[in-house]
Design a protein around this ligand. Structure first.
Ligand code: FES
Ligand SMILES: [Fe+2]
Length: 419
């Protein structure tokens, strides 16, 4: 199969001198637009499946969706990490849920017990002689997907021929130095946010708001004291307040100084990017004390979910963390197991948590976007202001362009893997 040339490759757009909004209002509110994104963007995108370190034993697996494609990642008995479509080859049932360890190295479909090895080979079919006398099991392995690793994180793509090296591009040379085997994870926290997923991304790459919306939490830097570097389709943020490129706003760095006992080995210098926005939907923030991985998923035109997990040195976590009790944290909705702004007992600007400030302003933006009177104004000039928004929007439009290559399911049946 042809990989999606020109889309999964590392080609991207530079920071424009005079940025302008590229997307119409419909891009943020229309269910049809969102459907196109699921098919043409997320169905052809590299999606983060978490740290490879969490899948270090044979049989360790996790599942993740790329648009309409349910995928799974499994460590084989040979130590190789593989990605497959999470579909049984009999009649298609989803095979694995969540993450964990597969028992006895056999992936068993719950519907009729077709059974696969960790390498995807079909091993057993119940009542084979009676029901499938002429079945050649070699023709029905799990459908492969593509897999790559960047900075210790696993990324998967529905198309087994997708070009990871091209997508990764030059960001590989500037990634965070943190190693997952030297850190421990906190609980994964999911926010359900009432905004289009792009509103959240655009807020994340907007360097103009840091000194204003977050004046009481991050407190800056000002737009002319930080910048976003372009690496292919990815964007990497730095503070330039000290005259050098560093990962933290100066105010935060100063208040964190002195807690050196809790610094992550190898990441002490802070001379790397502070935020990595990996196109389209993975955001990694890095600092000497922690690494956080945020995975964004569009749920509908006006709803997205952000799952955030933080890694620190083991000693930096409170003792009780083992219990993973996030349920008394403000904003938790026990019925759905996610955090929602509507459940916050206090005003978001009084939480002292910049995440809630962002969620609040994103939901406000979405309400404005719903208005037929909404007009796009101007974007602030500068690589530390709003020019990155144009870069992100142009990258998105490349995927949605009608000329883009057809993908599995559009050009015919999914091809059989070759052996
Ligand atoms: S659908 Fe999986 S065994 Fe029938
Ligand atoms: Fe923000």
């Amino acid at each position: 199969m042809e990989p999606a040339h020109g889309t999964s490759s590392g080609a991207g757009h530079p920071i424009p001198a005079r940025p302008a909004q590229q997307l119409p209002r419909e891009a943020y509110v229309s269910p049809e637009w969102f459907k196109r994104e699921r098919r043409l963007l997320f169905g052809r995108a590299w999606v983060c499946a978490g740290p490879a370190h969490e899948l270090r034993g044979a049989g360790d697996f996790t599942t993740v969706a790329a648009g309409d494609h349910p995928l799974m990642v499994v460590r084989g008995e040979d130590g190789v990490l593989r990605a497959f479509h999470n579909l049984c080859r009999h009649r298609g049932t989803e095979l694995l849920e969540g993450s964990g360890r597969i028992k006895q190295s056999r992936i068993v479909c719950p519907y009729h017990r077709w059974t696969y090895g960790l390498d995807g080979a079909l091993h057993a079919v119940p009542l084979r002689a009676q029901c499938f006398a002429d079945l050649d099991t070699r023709k029905y392995p799990l459908l492969p997907a593509a897999l790559g690793e960047l900075g210790g994180l696993v990324f998967v793509h529905p198309d087994p021929g997708a070009d990871f090296v091209g997508w990764q591009g030059s960001v590989e040379g500037v990634v965070w130095p943190h190693r997952f085997d030297r850190m421990s994870a906190g609980p994964e926290i999911t926010y359900e946010i009432q905004c289009n997923w792009k509103v959240f991304v655009e807020n994340a790459i907007d360097g103009y708001h840091l000194a204003y919306l977050h004046r009481r939490t991050l407190g800056g830097p000002r737009a002319d004291h930080n910048l976003w570097d372009v690496h292919g389709r990815h964007l990497v943020w730095y503070s330039t307040e000290t005259g050098r490129k560093t990962c933290l706003p100066e105010g935060i760095a100063r208040s964190a100084a002195g807690s050196s006992a809790l610094l992550i080995e190898g990441a002490e210098s802070g001379e790397y990017g502070g935020v990595f926005v990996l196109f389209p939907s993975t955001i990694v923030t890095a600092s000497p004390g922690e690494l956080s991985v945020s995975r964004l998923q569009g749920m509908a035109a006006d709803t997205c979910r952000l799952s955030v997990q933080v890694w620190r040195r083991k000693q930096a976590w409170p003792q009780r963390l083992g219990g993973e009790d996030i349920t008394d944290a403000p904003g938790y909705d026990a019925a759905s197991g996610v955090f929602r702004l509507a459940y916050l007992p206090s005003h978001p600007l009084e939480t002292g948590d910049f995440h809630w400030e962002d969620v609040w302003v994103c939901e406000k933006m979405q309400r404005s976007l719903q208005s037929p009177s909404y007009r796009i104004g101007r974007l602030a000039v500068g690589p530390g202001a709003e020019a990155p928004l144009e870069v992100f929007q142009r990258n998105l439009l490349d995927y949605l362009a009608p000329a883009a290559s057809p993908m599995p399911g559009e050009s015919g049946p999914y091809p059989h893997p070759h052996h």
